[in-house]
Design a protein around this ligand. Sequence first.
Ligand SMILES: NC(=O)c1ccc[n+]([C@@H]2O[C@H](COP(=O)([O-])OP(=O)(O)OC[C@H]3O[C@@H](n4cnc5c(N)ncnc54)[C@H](O)[C@@H]3O)[C@@H](O)[C@H]2O)c1
Length: 295
Amino acid sequence: MDPIISVIGAGTMGNGIAHVFAQHGFTVNLVDVSKPQLDKAIAVITKNLDRQLAKGTITEAIKLSTLQNIMPMTSMAGIGESQLVVEAATENTELKLAIFKQIDEAAPEGCILATNTSSISITKIAAATRRPGQVIGMHFMNPVPVMKLVEIINGYATKKEVTEKVVELSRQLGKIPCVVNDYPGFIANRILMPMINEAIYSLYEGVAGVEEIDTVMKLGMAHPMGPLQLADFIGLDVCLSILNVLHDGFGNPKYAPCPLLANMVMAGKLGIKSGEGFYSYALSSKDLVVSSRFI
Ligand SMILES: NC(=O)c1ccc[n+]([C@@H]2O[C@H](COP(=O)([O-])OP(=O)(O)OC[C@H]3O[C@@H](n4cnc5c(N)ncnc54)[C@H](O)[C@@H]3O)[C@@H](O)[C@H]2O)c1
């Protein structure tokens, strides 16, 4: 029998995680409270598989088997046979604690419970279950079918064999796992977010303009995207919330979010998803037109 995985949440990350597991032969229960979100997830996965097919990275048979391997469902009642559950629901602490209580009830003994959270403590999530030793962070990067890294985060109680199993599963997906420990921001966001914040401070203090800041980092440091463009891509509200986690978690003023970032979020300028951030996306999300606010 094929190994069974359950993915909770079928948004941006959940559909990507379901896609890669299904493509590699796992049966995937894809659970979301919203039926329209499940329908959208299947449509997005189909579109992304078509793109892979056009590039010649998968065959028609793999496309079909990937879609056949995904079982959309609106309740956790069907996750009882899973080896691994990966939670990728909305980033909200209270919601995740409630979801983990529910997963703990529904998933079989021995099943590993992973979370794709960007910033919530794995140790705190684990404490909501009766099996903290089997709870771990499995932080996929966006877009999941493309990005190689899986940041694996050991909670305070995570057992060694659980980490080893999750490392092995990540490799089976063709990903490169990197194991880190559970402190605010883990590694990816602890290093990325202060860089983005510093870029925003440089703009706020008038050291340079949007294009100049991004060009220096792209051409000077060989980053594929400048930090301000990347912030627009991630979502300025998400950046602000992760900086607040770092600031609260370490109690160190060096992580305090730039007031310009806080203002932009309050004004609803969240980056690509709202149509404007440091750049304006009136034409398309790929256009790099600096927002009129910063010209
Ligand atoms: N978007 C990114 O770039 C990114 C990158 C890495 C990690 N993450 C993390 O991944 C997680 C998901 O983020 P996203 O961007 O995919 O969010 P999203 O808003 O696109 O999707 C979240 C989904 O969770 C569903 N959901 C809410 N409550 C639920 C419940 N009780 N049971 C089942 N489903 C439920 C929602 O209906 C929605 O479809 C978050 O923890 C986020 O921090 C996001």
